[in-house]
Design a binder for this molecule. Structure first.
Ligand code: NI
Length: 388
C-alpha cells in the first residue's frame, strides 16, 4: 500500500467512527447542540477555524488558501428525526424516540471529511465555506442561516450539497440539470359545521359528510388543473372530527401536504385547493378555513453547476448518472439556490433492502460512501474555485 492509499484508508476509518458517533447521539431539529460541539471539536483538531451559532445551532467553518478571492460553499444538514430506531445496530441511537433516519449523520461526517481533505491539500486557492446546517427536517434551518446573514458574513459564489440515495448503487452520483427535489407545503382545512343529534341531521350542518366529499374532490386538483406533463401531488393524510358516535360534530379538520417542482404549478395547486374547499363547504351550507404553510422551496440546480458537479464526481472516479427523474420529496437546500447558483446531487447509498428506506426505523447510512462523498465535495469545491 502506498502512502496515498494508506491515507485514504485512515480517512475512511476516521469518517466511519465519526458517523457512528453521530448516529448514536442524534438530536432533533434546532436542538443540535452536542452535534455542533462535536463538529466544532473535529474542526479544531483539523485546524479549520469555525463560527458557531449561525442560524441557531448551525456553524460555518472557513478555509482560505492562496491569493484568489474566489469562494464556494459546501453544505451538510445535521438534524435527526422523531423516530424510534429498530435497527439493532451496535451504534444504534442511544436516545429513545430520536434517530438519524435520513442519513444526516453521514452528510455531516462527509463534510468533515471534505474539510480534512482540503485542509491537507496545497493545490487550490480561494475560500471554502463549510456550512453545517441545523433543522433541515421542516425546522427552517436553511432560512434561519440565510436570515442570520450567512451569505454576507461568509461569502460564497456558488454552493453544493448532496443527499444519500437508497436504491442507487453505492457511490454512484446522480446529477439533475434542473429540478431535483420538490417544493413542499402543508395544508389544513377546517370545515365549520353545526353540531347536533345524529338522529336529527336536519338540524345540523354535517362537517363529516362535507369532509368525505372534500377528500375525494381534492384529488381532482392535480388531475384536472395541472398539465399532465408537469408534476404535482396532493395528499390528505389526517382527518380529525367527532367525539361521540351519536353526535354530528361541529367541525372536521383535514391535514396533508402538496408538492410541486415549479412555482406556477404550486400556485395552480394552491388556488385549486382553496377554490374546492370553499366550494364544497358552501355546497354543504358551511364555511371552510384554509391554512397553507409553504415549507421547503423547490430545489432546482443551475446547469453550469450541475455540469461542474458531474465533472467533479467523474474526477473522483465515481460513476455518474444524468438520466434520473427528480423526486417529489422536499429538501430545504432549495432556499440557498434561490440566492446562489449551485447543485444538489444524490450519492447512491446502495440497494434498498426491506426497511432500509429513508425515514424508516431501521434505515442506516452506508459508511462505504463516506470517502466518495468527501472526495466529491472537496473536488467540487476545487473545481468551482478554479473555473469561470
Ligand atoms: Ni434528509
Amino acid at each position: 500500500m502506498d502512502q496515498a492509499q494508506a491515507d485514504r484508508c485512515a480517512l475512511a476509518e476516521q469518517l466511519t467512527a465519526w458517523r457512528r458517533h453521530l448516529h448514536a447521539h442524534p438530536e432533533l431539529s434546532n436542538q443540535e447542540h452536542e452535534t455542533a460541539a462535536f463538529v466544532r471539536a473535529r474542526l479544531e483538531e483539523l485546524g479549520v477555524p469555525c463560527t458557531p451559532g449561525v442560524g441557531g445551532t448551525g456553524l460555518v467553518a472557513t478555509l482560505s488558501r492562496g491569493q484568489s478571492n474566489r469562494s464556494v460553499g459546501l453544505r451538510a444538514d445535521m438534524d435527526a428525526l422523531p423516530i424510534a430506531e429498530t435497527s439493532g445496530l451496535p451504534y444504534a441511537s442511544s436516545r429513545s424516540g430520536v434517530m438519524h433516519a435520513c442519513g444526516h449523520d453521514g452528510h455531516t461526517a462527509s463534510l468533515l471529511g471534505a474539510a480534512a481533505l482540503l485542509a491537507g491539500d496545497p493545490s487550490w486557492s480561494g475560500t471554502v465555506q463549510f456550512v453545517f446546517q441545523p433543522a433541515e427536517e421542516g425546522g427552517g434551518g436553511a432560512r434561519n442561516m440565510l436570515s442570520d446573514g450567512l451569505l454576507e458574513r461568509f461569502p460564497m459564489e456558488r454552493i453544493f450539497a448532496y443527499h444519500n440515495w437508497p436504491g442507487l448503487p453505492a457511490g454512484t452520483v446522480a446529477v439533475h440539470d434542473a429540478a431535483v427535489m420538490a417544493a413542499a407545503a402543508r395544508l389544513e382545512i377546517t370545515l365549520n359545521g353545526h353540531a347536533g343529534h345524529a338522529a336529527l341531521p336536519q338540524l345540523t350542518r354535517d362537517p363529516m359528510l362535507a369532509a368525505a366529499h372534500l377528500l375525494v374532490a381534492l384529488q381532482s386538483v392535480v388531475s384536472r388543473n395541472v398539465d399532465p406533463l408537469d408534476s404535482a401531488v396532493v395528499s390528505v393524510c389526517m382527518i380529525e372530527g367527532g367525539v361521540a358516535a351519536n353526535q354530528i360534530p361541529e367541525r372536521a379538520v383535514l391535514r396533508g401536504t402538496f408538492r410541486s417542482h415549479r412555482p406556477a404549478v404550486r400556485d395552480t395547486v394552491e388556488t385549486g385547493i382553496r377554490r374546492i374547499a370553499a366550494g364544497i363547504a358552501a355546497s354543504f351550507g358551511m364555511s371552510a378555513d384554509v391554512i397553507i404553510r409553504h415549507g421547503a422551496a423547490a430545489t432546482v440546480n443551475s446547469k453550469p453547476e450541475a455540469d461542474l458537479a458531474a465533472a467533479a464526481a467523474a474526477a473522483a472516479g465515481l460513476p455518474v448518472r444524468r438520466d434520473l427523474p427528480p423526486s417529489m420529496a422536499g429538501e430545504d437546500f432549495g432556499w440557498y439556490l434561490h440566492e446562489r447558483p449551485g447543485a444538489f446531487i444524490w450519492i447512491g447509498n446502495g440497494p434498498v433492502t426491506p426497511g432500509r428506506e429513508l425515514h424508516n426505523p431501521s434505515y442506516d447510512f452506508n459508511d462505504e460512501i463516506l470517502p466518495c462523498a468527501a472526495a466529491f465535495m472537496a473536488g467540487a469545491a476545487k473545481l468551482a474555485l478554479a473555473s469561470g
